[in-house]
Design a protein. Structure first.
Length: 739
């Protein structure tokens, strides 16, 4: 069960799948009832059909479920499986609900079409005569009694609890039209029949609800695909019974049986079963479905791999480090669902309005009928206007405006490797005007490369590089690796070094044939020619000297180069109205060089900054009146991330749930920062568009219906169309970031 305890004797948390909700007033009512219980904090989401509830340990999950059921709705605790938080009850409900809804919709639409033809096509109506009227009754009865049964049932349940919802409006409206038509038919007033209203309105509403259900399922598709990414089984290496300690064989087991410490095999093309560390083998890993990173990554022994990523060409043996709900995939899924279940501040206003909207509409409909009667317009005209008011006013669009946009926006973010922790974060992105960036791994690749070789005297660059790389081949330092890789890329053939010596903090030394070559700091040499001193001073990265016999012969520069995408990404941030700042622990020369490459103003660059000092820099910018987004690694920059108005943590999985960040970026690329802010702002824009439409629609439509300018049939179609438009507008977010 998806239940957690925050602290012994304090609070617990449970996620519930809610059934029976049809509109915003339903979700608002459940939320209100739960929050009335002492110590309970609940958030109910119409689009996801889920409730997130925190409650005192003195209560049980059964007590919470009981509150929901007493309110007139169903509640099922969500269970966890081996891959993380489970959502099976809700997804099963989606499938079954859509099937039943589709059948009711098809039957209602077919019968409504015949009823409409019998009533509205003069030649057919005249030819059918009285028989046509009775045929309308017989065709409408299945629509009213069976197809519309979910509306009537929900209205009755809510009535027993002294509440009213959208279903109340539909049920009362169609019942009034049906009842009057039956009375009119039996008393001979056949010109006052409204059977087509009952049939057509019900068909329209069912069509609209079915389209909504399909669209909401599409909005959930990103989360569903995340949940289904994980491997179902795994080839575990187990010791064979009765054999030596080294005799092992593969055993294919269910993923649920995998435990921390197990060694498992990943063949080419297979999914990595869970988070772990590679023990042997080399390959490439495609992490695009988890991180949004399109390029495969080279991996080898001691590298960490993430569950659900896809192995490329090599065979890997991996030791499991996380399983079940602790894996990166499970954490990502949980973060996305938390964001989708929560509510943006703007949604609270919509919920408060929805809670009082339906009772108000019932009063307006009654007043409409009375006014039409008082002005002598006749009962049938007044009834038609009142029914139109009831149907047109259904607050479906209002209830769907925010959650469908959140559902789609956060789902799209997950596909792009962007995890927005909560809906309230969207408001923060709108206000941000400054973004503080780290250099290494964000603006730069994070992997130093050989950039320059300067020699003194007549020594060829090729010879200097050959000597340096041959010595550095014995070192595991990143600078050494960059020199060796750069030499090989330039076609240099290395020679074998002997008597390798590591000089901690200074450099390395080894013998090449009869010559002892030193690579490292200037302090290792007695003589450093002026040309090499100048080369080191103007170096845009880390410069080391190479020489022998106490004299430096060449200066080799290694630098962490800017990503190819960084200049364009920084420009995207500017286009979003953000001023980029660069904070780095590197020297001023290197920081200035990177800033120039990516397009950051030199005045906005601060070098030689310790991680603990970034907090003060963020606070200083805030004191200057800036609203700051801080981009860090989620660990060393925790204080700065917490201090910033918007904290954005970059990480591949170990820090995916960094508590100090508001948004987690699965790719260490500044382009993702622009994507995150752009997507958040676009989601907020769609929410506002939806709410403006929903509020404006009801505000304008109710008076038109009350004055008889909208027939009940048109009202039914317009109401269904309004909800569909809101959902379709939200689904536009699925295309964010696509060319």
């Amino acid at each position: 069960m998806s239940t957690t305890t925050d602290a012994p004797g304090e609070t617990q948390h449970v996620d519930l799948a809610i059934s029976g909700m049809t509109c915003a007033s339903c979700s608002a009512r459940i939320e209100r009832k739960l929050n009335k219980v002492d110590g309970v904090e609940a958030s109910v989401n119409l689009a996801t059909e889920k409730a997130s509830v925190t409650f005192p340990s003195a209560l049980s999950v059964t007590d919470i479920v009981g509150v929901v059921e007493k309110t007139g709705y169903g509640a099922t605790p969500l269970v966890e499986d081996a891959t993380g938080p489970g959502r099976a009850p809700a997804m099963t409900h989606d499938v079954v609900g859509q099937g039943s809804l589709r059948l009711r919709m098809v039957v209602a639409a077919a019968l409504a079409l015949v009823v409409a033809v019998l009533h509205m096509v003069p030649p057919i109506r005249d030819a059918a005569g009285t028989a046509g009227h009775w045929a309308q009754l017989l065709l409408t009865l299945p629509v009213y009694l069976w197809a519309a049964w979910p509306f009537h049932r929900a209205a009755a349940i809510n009535a027993r609890h002294g509440a009213s919802t959208m279903d109340t409006l539909v049920s009362v409206g169609t019942t009034a039209a049906m009842g009057w038509s039956v009375v009119a038919l039996f008393t001979g007033f056949t010109h006052d029949l409204y059977f087509e209203v009952v049939a057509v309105v019900t068909a329209f509403l069912l069509i609209g609800r079915y389209i909504e259900a399909r669209a909401k399922a599409q909005g959930r598709s990103a989360l569903t695909s995340l949940m289904e990414l994980g491997a179902k089984d795994v080839a575990v290496l187990r010791q064979d019974a009765g054999t030596g300690a080294m005799a092992t064989s593969e055993h294919r087991v269910s993923i649920e049986e995998l435990v921390v410490g197990d060694r498992f095999v990943v063949r080419p093309g297979e999914k990595v079963a869970t988070d772990g560390v590679i023990l042997s083998g080399r390959s490439t890993i495609d992490a695009s479905m988890v991180t949004g990173e399109s390029m495969p990554v080279e991996v080898g022994p001691q590298d960490q791999v993430t569950g659900a990523t896809v192995n490329g060409h090599g065979r890997l043996i991996v030791r499991a480090s996380r399983v079940g709900s602790e894996t990166t995939l499970a954490r990502i899924t949980d973060l996305v669902e938390q964001a989708q279940t929560g509510k943006a501040p703007v949604q609270r206003l919509a919920d408060r309005i929805s809670a009082v909207f339906v009772p108000a509409v019932l009063v307006i409909a009654a007043v409409t009928l009375l006014l039409w009667l008082a002005t002598g317009q006749g009962f049938t005209q007044g009834l038609a206007a009142a029914v139109a008011v009831l149907i047109i006013a259904c607050p479906c669009a209002l209830g769907l405006a925010t959650p469908t946009a959140l559902l789609t926006g956060t789902g799209r973010g997950a596909q792009l490797g962007i995890l927005i922790k909560g809906p309230q974060i969207l408001e923060s992105t709108r206000r941000v005007d400054t973004v503080v960036l780290d250099k290494t791994g964000t603006l730069t690749t994070g992997h130093p490369v050989l950039t320059d070789v300067v020699t003194a005297g007549s020594l060829p660059e090729h010879a200097a590089l050959k000597a340096a790389a041959s010595v550095e081949a014995g070192s595991e330092h990143p600078v050494a690796a960059a020199i060796v890789a750069g030499a090989r890329e330039r076609g240099v053939t290395l020679v074998t070094a002997e008597d390798f010596t590591n000089l901690p903090g200074e450099g390395v030394r080894a013998a090449l044939k009869d010559t002892v070559v030193t690579v490292g700091r200037a302090s290792l040499f007695e003589v450093v020619p002026e040309v090499l001193v100048e080369a080191m001073e103007r170096a845009d990265g880390t410069a080391v000297l190479v020489g022998w016999d106490g004299t430096a012969r060449a200066a080799i520069t290694v630098a962490d180069t800017a990503r190819e995408s960084s200049p364009q990404a920084v420009q995207r941030l500017r286009d979003l109205g953000l001023t980029p700042y660069l904070l780095t622990g590197d020297n001023p020369r290197t920081a200035a060089a990177v800033a120039e490459q990516v397009g950051i103003d030199p005045a906005n660059v601060t070098a030689e900054v310790l991680p603990q000092d970034k907090f003060a820099h963020v606070r200083t910018l805030q004191e200057q009146g800036r609203v700051v987004a801080m981009v860090g690694d989620g660990v060393n920059d925790a204080a700065a991330l917490a201090q910033a108005d918007l904290g954005m943590a970059m990480g591949s999985g170990t820090d995916v749930a960094a508590e100090s960040a508001d948004i987690v970026l699965m790719r260490a690329d500044v382009d993702t920062v622009a994507d995150a802010i752009g997507l958040s702002r676009q989601t907020l824009t769609v929410i506002k568009q939806n709410l403006v439409w929903a509020f404006g629609y009801n505000t304008l439509a109710i008076p038109l219906a009350a004055f008889g300018l909208l027939t009940p049939v048109i009202a039914g179609g317009a109401m269904a169309l309004s909800s569909v438009l809101v959902v379709l507008n939200s689904l536009r977010l699925r295309g964010f970031g696509r060319a």
